[in-house]
Design a protein around this ligand. Structure first.
Ligand SMILES: Nc1nc2c(ncn2[C@@H]2O[C@H](COP(=O)(O)OP(=O)(O)OP(=O)(O)O)[C@@H](O)[C@H]2O)c(=O)[nH]1
Ligand SMILES: [K+]
Ligand SMILES: [Mg+2]
Length: 444
């Protein structure tokens, strides 16, 4: 028989009220033992929790009868005063009663095993708990609501129909295959493949929303990169000095921009150097630049641009900094030199933060455009992206083979279908499930 498990469902630490959740076959016995009665399911009931004649706390108690509960098992919630002492005493009693403290993600895992959630929804719970930005919250909620599940089921159903048609056609000798039906099958695969292609593109945005849009600040030493980093974050997290080569490691900080979460990176100034430490910092800076979703180049506009600079690409931002020390003519010359690249150019004086608000509002517009989703919800995790890509490849193969060898085509369609099974968690091996649920927090 399954263990009855318990865990704090609310945040750790001292609080006005803390919620302890228990789930499993003995949940109701525990409530009856402590409260002296079993409240009507789904109704809050206030009373004294006592154990062996000792009053533990006064609490609000709710019970949920399985399968009409989060985990699908009998569940109970104790809303107690959130002190260390109350918690310690209750945990001790639960242990005495033979309950076990839940592992990370164990409540959600039980919900999944009892078919209360599929894997996409379980993942959405973890995301919702972790959500910091408005976009992350919306995305997780849509997914929890079954947005991805419904989409995947629809595609899975389409594949099933396609497979049934192919199997019907397998029985025809080549020359007798009804062409209209064969054409329809091919047309259906092409349509599905294009929808999938769109989902794969969107899943990149989904990941940027979930993990944070990565913005790298790059440029030569002393251009003012760390000054910009600090100005955007309104902190002094990065060291700013007149010494070229001050920043060595990549400094990363989360930043909220409108409804979105982003990660911003300050990096070492790019130059030729014999210094071992600095050159490692520069290597890391370049890597960040390549991986970034957006690059912001900072230039000291009072200095002439060296010939090997900048390595800007279309779509990058260019900050002409130190306008207090440069002339408009020089800045215009730089702009002319770079005019064939489509860059967004800004002028700043970072000692007074002049021009920073323009950069900030451009970033907000940029994220709103880059991350607006056409088909909501988007797949947000690498796991989804990889599976969708595999499914797409199976369809590609099926189209390549066509009705030359319908048996092989059917096999590819079956493979695509099993990709969706894995996405809802129907066929995934234990290991994958362990991996996914262990990343949850305890009490979820
Ligand atoms: N006059 C003037 N000085 C600035 C401006 N922005 C930054 N500085 C100064 O330029 C120097 C270098 O600034 P940092 O922000 O450390 O430059 P960095 O690009 O991070 O430099 P490294 O980390 O060494 O590559 C500091 O002394 C800043 O105070 C500006 O707009 N005008
Ligand atoms: K510096
Ligand atoms: Mg710096």
């Amino acid at each position: 028989m399954k263990h009855t498990i318990f865990a704090l469902a609310s945040a750790q630490g001292r609080a006005g009220v803390s919620v302890i959740r228990i789930s499993g076959p003995h949940a109701f016995e525990v409530v009856t033992a402590l409260l002296g009665r079993l409240p009507k399911p789904r109704f809050a009931s206030y009373g004294e929790l006592t154990w062996q004649g000792d009053l533990i706390d006064k609490a609000l108690v709710m019970v949920f009868k399985g399968p009409h509960s989060f985990t699908g098992e009998d569940c109970a919630e104790f809303h107690v005063h959130g002190s260390r002492a109350v918690m310690d005493r209750l945990y001790h009693i639960f242990n005495e009663m033979g309950l076990r403290h839940a592992e990370a993600g164990e409540f959600s895992r039980r919900a999944f095993e009892n078919n209360k959630l599929d894997l996409t929804q379980a993942e959405a719970i973890a995301d919702l708990v972790d959500a910091e930005s408005e976009a992350q919250r919306r995305q997780a909620l849509t997914q929890l609501d079954g947005g991805l599940k419904v989409q995947y089921r629809t595609w899975h159903g389409d594949l099933l129909k396609i497979l049934a048609h192919i199997e019907a056609l397998i029985d025809f000798p080549d020359e007798d295959i009804p062409q209209a039906l064969a054409d329809q099958v091919i047309g259906d695969i092409i349509r599905l493949k294009s929808e999938l292609g769109q989902a794969i593109t969107e899943s990149k945005k989904g990941r940027q929303i979930r993990e944070g849009f990565r913005i790298a600040i790059l440029g030569q030493p002393n251009a003012g990169k760390s000054s910009l980093f600090n100005a955007l974050l309104q902190t002094d997290a990065a060291i700013v000095t007149p010494i070229a080569g001050t920043t060595r490691d990549v400094i990363e900080a989360p930043i909220h921009i409108g409804a979105y979460s982003a990660l911003i990176y300050d990096t070492a100034g790019l130059r030729e150097t014999d210094d071992l430490v600095e050159s490692e910092g520069i290597r890391r800076a370049r890597v960040r630049g390549e991986q970034a979703d957006l690059r912001i180049w900072v230039v000291d506009s009072s200095q002439a641009l060296s010939s090997d600079w900048p390595q800007v690409q279309a779509g990058d931002y260019l900050i002409l900094n130190k306008v207090d020390q440069s002339s408009a003519d020089v800045r215009d010359a730089i702009k002319r030199k770079l005019s064939d690249l489509s860059l967004k150019i800004f002028e700043t004086d970072l000692t007074t933060e002049q021009g920073v608000s323009n950069v900030r509002s451009a970033l907000q517009n940029h994220l709103e455009q880059a991350l607006s989703l056409s088909t909501f919800p988007a797949a947000t995790r690498a796991r989804h992206f990889e599976r969708l890509r595999d499914i797409d490849l199976s369809l590609e193969r099926a189209l390549g083979i066509g009705f030359n060898v319908p048996e092989l085509m059917a096999e590819d369609i079956r493979q695509a279908m099993s990709g969706f099974d894995a996405l809802y968690g129907r066929t995934d091996v234990e290991q994958v499930l362990d991996h996914i649920f262990s990343s949850f927090c305890i009490g979820k």
